[in-house]
Design a protein around this ligand. Structure first.
Ligand code: AMP
Ligand code: ZN
Length: 137
């Protein structure tokens, strides 16, 4: 499989690794938005978050707080963003699930504001019902 992150996990491409266990690999982003910007990935290849098994998802859930804590302690950052893009339309450039941990500073100039909209009449309820049907609740 021609996936750059699979190659990093396999050690075929160098990376600055910060954490590894049986399921998870984490390394510094090659184009950091801030000092300590890191990526956390499952070792198994999936493009989308929703393709991961419950077990893999749980491993990600266990790793993220631990790695985040190490990063903000090491960098003394007062905050951070967790960013996870799915699909090209959402800005995913590398097609292997990855979570960004992005340390933030006061007035670091990175910004992060999206423009919220309002649902037209009844649309929210309709969408709620459609999603809950999929979740079989
Ligand atoms: P995304 O837009 O969410 O798919 O982000 C992909 C991220 O992967 C970007 O922040 C890149 O800087 C990063 N990236 C791409 N190639 C490498 C690499 N070889 N080592 C570390 N990070 C990488
Ligand atoms: Zn991959």
């Amino acid at each position: 499989m021609d996936c750059i992150f699979c190659k990093i996990v396999a050690g075929k491409i160098p990376s600055l690794k910060i954490f590894e266990n049986d399921h998870i690999f984490s390394f510094l982003d090659i184009g950091p938005l801030s000092d300590g910007h890191a990526l956390v990935i499952p070792k198994k290849h999936h493009k989308f978050l929703h393709e991961m098994s419950e077990e893999e998802s749980a491993e990600i859930g266990r790793a993220l707080p631990k790695i985040s804590k190490a990063i903000i302690t090491a960098t003394a950052a007062p905050g951070y963003n967790i960013l996870q893009n799915n699909g090209n339309v959402a800005g995913q450039l590398v097609g292997h699930v990855h979570f960004h941990i992005i340390p933030r500073e006061e007035e670091d100039g990175l910004g992060f504001r999206w423009n919220p909209k309002l649902y037209p009449e009844n649309k929210a309820k309709l969408i709620q019902e459609m999603i809950m049907k999929e979740l079989k609740l």
